[in-house]
Design a binder for this molecule. Sequence first.
Ligand code: SAM
Length: 223
Amino acid sequence: MGELIVVPTPIGNLEDITLRAIRMLKEADLIYSEDTRVTKRLLNHLEIAGKQIVAFHAHNEHKQLERCVQTVKENTLTVLVSDAGTPAISDPGFLLVRACVEENLPVSCLPGPTAFVPALVGSGFPCDRFIYEGFLPHKKGRQTKWLSIKDEERTVVFYESPHRILKALEECVELLGPEREVCVAREISKLFEEFKRGTAAEVLAYYKAKPPKGEIVLMIKGK
Ligand code: SAM
């Protein structure tokens, strides 16, 4: 019986890939990938050639699902990767993992890079209990989401884009209060890595003066 291995890949620094992840990529009969060009670049860097790489992304994952499960059965080792970090964490993957589990196929996910863990730990906020909220809804349900975390005692983790972080911080000031402590973790593991900690008002003022670039994790300290 074939198995599915979910393989996390670096979120910035190419050194952040485990020996086991490299071995799985080498041994894979088939690699499902969110973006085949991104995966090819990684494989080139790792000097892994001749792999069958098939697109598996948000736009085709529903349609592909049945065929993917079939190929997991037919092959010995099928690997799933996303562009960066751990598949299924705000990335495609959940549907395939669930479908394989339902078919009683062996599934495992290797331990490896994901942005919210270094962000949360580096924030200095309590991380014994936390909630991961992924991306804020763009429009509908956004205010409700903010209000649902207003009295949250655990640290709340959001993924955010540089274009929307100012809006998110403004809403945080307005709906959770200017004194709520936040941390913006930017460009983790990359050249311009930055952790900006302070009250929501302070961090908003900082990024208004210096609009942020790159990838961002926003943490809100529990009440
Ligand atoms: N699967 C990924 C993971 O395991 O973290 C997340 C994919 S999600 C599409 C991309 C988001 O993750 C970015 O918008 C950003 O919020 C966060 N992210 C990814 N890499 C990051 C980095 N190097 N620094 C900060 N945030 C990052």
